[in-house]
Write a protein that binds this ligand. Structure first.
Ligand code: NAD
Ligand code: UDP
Length: 339
């Protein structure tokens, strides 16, 4: 059985990847400092699959710990999810974001070099694309011109990894640019667990549905779209996780740097999401229109054609299952992993 190192594997996306890795016959080894997660997610992965990942609590900037992990477990491929990810917070705390996200990546690459591990998959984001690109975004759309430190860390890490691969031609680096992950595992045992007031749309919606928040504020209804609200490419986290299993197969069998969008290619507005959530779950969702949120793009959606063709991967879940599964998780765990 091949071991896959998941940095940040206790988090929202990482815990779902762990389940899909086990389903596909891989064994996940996780390092996470629990800055934005709970070790309970790792236990729950064990509950879902019958296999509990190996867990190291620690920071990816701790190169000595990474060295130890690479000695203790024979790692075939690293999936690097660990990072701070709140856009607004990154504007307030740029040094924390650059330090955490860049130094974790550098320590990881150094340690991989020492251990002779050459396969690297990175959790990048649609935020690396320049805001002036026409839609849909393809992998050769223009990047850069990011509007916040979080986005710049993703952009810079893509550059760092490309440079490392160039200097080490036997490395294989796969950059996965995620669009908007939503949804949860069908069991309702793992899901998104934001601390404090959610920044993202779906966790805010599910907290309105539990009664934790009074109503949803829809940021702007005067955008040049069909209903005036912004358009995004929401993708079910299970589809996203399955994309990583395909990316491992690809990464293990190729050298070089390759970029893939992981999205559905379908754009939905904020009002589409509200309506779909109400319909899928038979819940009334109070909302109000509020001013635009600074920095929001009118639309952002992918063409996933490259991942469809080269990885043989396609998102299969629907808007309805995204809404139903998000609610199933939140309903069963109104306080996330806290009792
Ligand atoms: P998350 O916060 O749930 O997971 C990230 C995990 O990394 C957390 O468990 C956190 O504790 C851990 N972590 C952070 N810094 C660390 C460090 N220095 N050492 C060890 N662990 C550390 O977030 P997520 O939504 O699961 O995102 C996973 C990755 O995907 C992130 O890199 C994120 O930027 C990227 N991404 C997420 C989205 C999204 O909307 N969720 C979109 C695009 C890209
Ligand atoms: N949004 C909203 N109310 C909220 C949170 C988000 O209207 O409480 C909108 C936001 O303005 C954007 C869309 O929902 O148009 C998706 O926002 P999210 O932060 O989830 O993703 P991102 O903008 O980073 O793609």
């Amino acid at each position: 059985m091949q071991n896959i190192l998941l940095t940040g594997g206790a988090g929202y996306i990482g815990s779902h990847i762990a389940v899909e890795l086990i389903n596909a016959g891989y064994f996940p080894v996780i390092i996470d400092n629990l800055a934005n997660s709970s070790e309970k997610s790792v236990e729950r992965v064990g509950k879902i699959t019958g296999v509990t990942p190996k867990f190291y609590r620690g920071d990816c900037r701790d190169e000595k710990l990474l060295d130890k992990i690479f000695v203790e477990a024979q790692i075939s491929c690293v999936i690097h999810l660990a990072g701070l990810k709140a856009v607004g917070e990154s504007v307030e705390k740029p040094l924390e974001y650059y330090d955490n996200n860049l130094n974790a990546t550098i320590a990881l690459c150094r340690s991989m070099k020492k251990a002779g591990v050459k396969n690297f998959i990175f959790s990048s984001s649609a935020t690396v694309y320049n805001s002036k690109n026409p839609m849909p975004l393809s992998e050769d759309s223009v990047t850069g011109g990011c509007t916040n430190p979080y986005g710049w860390t993703k952009y810079m890490i893509e550059q760092i990894l490309s440079g490392v691969q160039k200097a080490n031609p036997d490395w294989s680096v796969t950059l996965l640019r995620y669009f908007n992950p939503v949804g949860a595992h069908k069991s309702g045992l793992i899901g998104e667990n934001p601390r404090g007031i959610p920044n993202n749309l779906m966790p805010f919606i599910t907290q309105v549905a539990t009664g934790k928040r009074e109503k949803l504020n829809i940021f702007g209804n005067d955008y040049p779209t069909k209903d005036g609200t912004c358009i995004r490419d929401y993708i079910h986290v299970l589809d996203l996780a399955k994309g990583h299993v395909k990316a491992i197969e690809y990464t293990l069998n190729h050298n070089g740097v390759e970029v893939f969008n992981l999205g559905t290619g379908q754009g939905y507005s904020v009002l589409d999401m509200v309506e779909a959530f109400q319909k899928a779950n038979n819940i009334k969702l109070p909302y109000t229109f509020a001013p635009r949120r600074a920095g929001d793009l009118t639309e952002c959606y992918s063409t996933p054609a490259k991942a469809n063709k080269i990885l043989g991967w396609k998102a299969e879940e629907t808007l309805e299952t995204m809404c139903a599964d998000s609610w199933n998780w939140q309903r069963q765990n109104p306080n996330g992993y806290e009792e």
